[in-house]
Design a protein around this ligand. Sequence first.
Ligand SMILES: *[C@@H]1O[C@H](CO)[C@@H](O)[C@H](O)[C@H]1NC(C)=O
Ligand SMILES: *[C@@H]1O[C@H](CO)[C@@H](O)[C@H](O)[C@H]1NC(C)=O
Ligand SMILES: *[C@@H]1O[C@H](CO)[C@@H](O)[C@H](O)[C@H]1NC(C)=O
Ligand SMILES: *[C@@H]1O[C@H](CO)[C@@H](O)[C@H](O)[C@H]1NC(C)=O
Ligand SMILES: *[C@@H]1O[C@H](CO)[C@@H](O)[C@H](O)[C@H]1NC(C)=O
Length: 436
Amino acid sequence: MSLFTIAILLILIFFGLASDLINIDANDMSFEIPVIYNGLSSPSSAYINQTTNVSLVSHAGYMDELMQLRMTRRGLMYSVDMAIGTPSSDVTVSLDTGSDITWVQCQPCRICFDKFLSPMFDPKLSSTYKTMNCQYQHCGAFYSTAIISCAPDNKTCMFGQGYMDESVVAGSFSEDYFHFQDKNGRKKRSDFPLKFGCVHRTEGDFSPFDDGILGMGRGKVSLISQLNISRFSHCLSTSGKISYLSFGDAARLEGETVRLIENKMEPSHYYVNLLAISILDGKNHLALDIPPQTFAIDDNGRGGFILDTGTTITRLHRSAYAELTRMLSVVFLLSHISTVHSIYGLSYEYCFDVSLEEVEHISVVFTIDLVDVKITGNQLFYEDVDATNKPIICLAIFESDRSDPTTSLFGGFAMSDFNIGYDLHKQIVTFNSTTC
Ligand SMILES: *[C@@H]1O[C@H](CO)[C@@H](O)[C@H](O)[C@H]1NC(C)=O
Ligand SMILES: *[C@@H]1O[C@H](CO)[C@@H](O)[C@H](O)[C@H]1NC(C)=O
Ligand SMILES: *[C@@H]1O[C@H](CO)[C@@H](O)[C@H](O)[C@H]1NC(C)=O
Ligand SMILES: *[C@@H]1O[C@H](CO)[C@@H](O)[C@H](O)[C@H]1NC(C)=O
Ligand SMILES: *[C@@H]1O[C@H](CO)[C@@H](O)[C@H](O)[C@H]1NC(C)=O
């Protein structure tokens, strides 16, 4: 506790001008950092034509299928540029409200994923980098998909995380200063070193635009907990525009309010109370026949409905998904729109031979508490091509993972073009439909 009492203060640094230190007091704690869709606003766009395997991963671990995605489809994740160390090195991490631990690939990295952008972080070049020793209070902690454990030979903390898509990362659990660039391009350094995984080995498919993951979950070692942040908001853009992740007083909590639910067995996740799903086809409102208990958290901590920016595609409890696609088939049949296969011919994709404009009248409404959260257009569908390279669209909702078939989650595409605010004190989440 004492370690952190002063530490929630953040220091603003006009980078390179040491005399321009700005202290922000605790009551005012507020900062905003840019979020980039797919890294496309960065100079890397030359690489978007490459074909690569990117997992439509849930970093919370709720996705098992891999897809080979052409980067021309513009990647999948929302990323944040930040820097680590002294002097600082730039890294790009994907925004993940579905997991806790922030990690980046570190040199030396024997088995790592390809990177298109900045060089990999080299801890040897940072004078403030430290590996945590086994005395660290969370060394020995288990999270649903992550472990921080003591290596007996050298008494340092090791970190490992597995994802349900069978990706694995492993390395040292470490600390160093983080630098976030704010709206005005100023770098703001954390007032104290933050804990993160310095990963020396990765297996599986990760975004080549990123160095790792920014862990924004609710658990003890997440960025949110380490900085003692009680309010934050994001507004994820679909147009490739830079949007902002806002903390503290800068967070925008506006629009409709729903309750944030805690799940003691999965303390990392942001759960909300999904009660019903319906389809809007123009003026026709079709309620789906889904028992309300379908989305409840059961006694084993399974089930529920999670807000997870780290998963691109929304995932629904198997029975709800079956009912949704059954009703959508009727809607599409009435509009004489036929289903097709994407170029990959994947069984879990549900695709149609039309353009996005032609389905503008179709929305899916998620009723959370008393609030209707309506998704449509490219929140609801993604664009792809069929085997003959003809443009098609596919439903950006899949059924839940086989390994956890009752847990549902609201993914990054669905959450885009909503300002979503979190207040962890008041235990609320706000939704406001907007163009981010
Ligand atoms: C975290 O912030 C709250 C106010 O938002 C404050 O009451 C509490 O003491 C802080 N905790 C720590 C460990 O700094
Ligand atoms: C992708 O490749 C095509 C042809 O190979 C080219 O015309 C196009 O400009 C490329 N796009 C980008 C963003 O590099
Ligand atoms: C992507 O994964 C598939 C199946 O695992 C594999 O056959 C293919 O070669 C991979 N493609 C690339 C570009 O790595
Ligand atoms: C500590 O030991 C483990 C193996 O037990 C090794 O992987 C790790 O790199 C070592 N860490 C340091 C800082 O030497
Ligand atoms: C929702 O966002 C819009 C901007 O897109 C804003 O004008 C409006 O006031 C917000 N609604 C609420 C209830 O704050």
